[in-house]
Design a protein around this ligand. Sequence first.
Ligand SMILES: [Zn+2]
Length: 302
Amino acid sequence: MSLNPSVFLKEIEEHNSKFVETNKTTSIASENPLQNLCLASQEVLQKAQQSGRSKCLKCGGSRMFYCYTCYVPVENVPIEQIPLVKLPLKIDIIKHPNETDGKSTAIHAKLLAPEFVNIYTYPCIPEYEEKHHEVVLVFPGPQSISIKDISFHLQKRSQNKSRGQNDDLDKPSFKRKKIEDQEDYDLNDSMCKNTILKKIIFIDSTWNQTNKIFSDERLQGLLQVELKTRKTCFWRHQKGKPDTFLSTIEAIYYFLVDYHTDVLKEKYKGQYDNLLFFYSFMYHLIKNAKCSGDKETAKHTQ
Ligand SMILES: [Zn+2]
């Protein structure tokens, strides 16, 4: 069964205008976190969705919204109409080679915050050996700490490093090391004193493949950080995967929201919401299509 596309789009439009209105007062909703986001106009995506696949200006491939191999928006999605998100730190995403590119939401981060995000395809990943005092790996496990404790643990590592000790040694700290070298991160003085985290690493992979990347020796010894438990809104359910296993863009987004409030100690006002620019659009599109039984739309967008 198919739905009249204009009615379909109108519904999306009404839906979007609703959450633009509510944005000003609310930051993050607890029930459906994609409801109250501070998003740029998604009109460009609505139009692109209506006109169908378009050409990637780099490789010529036919794609919907963006090219998942070149990390650029397609011809009918002008790059100026895509929001640019400024992040308080850099992000490395390590992608499993078997992961189907078109399904990965890691690309959303690269499209929306290109200066801050790098995607690497495993096994070609950077060396972090000398960076254990300023880089963390976001991955759950018995070793992992919570976001609010990042600064404490990194400072300890930083002190140990300057004394030539091993990261793992749990020695009491003597004097707080002065934090320098914040580069061009737009942070004020008081923040700099508490913040030394420069980069976070995410593993973008299916549930079954993450452990292989995680156990790579180049990622050993990194401080491991765990996100608060949240349920995913992802529409591609993987068999045997709990609903608390977030899609990569959700994980990045939630990390940054918590980092902003728990580490930078700033009130969150939707600064990173546009990281979900594509995600929320696709989510609502698929949800609406599924509700109305429009399998074609759901299929095309996936
Ligand atoms: Zn391309």
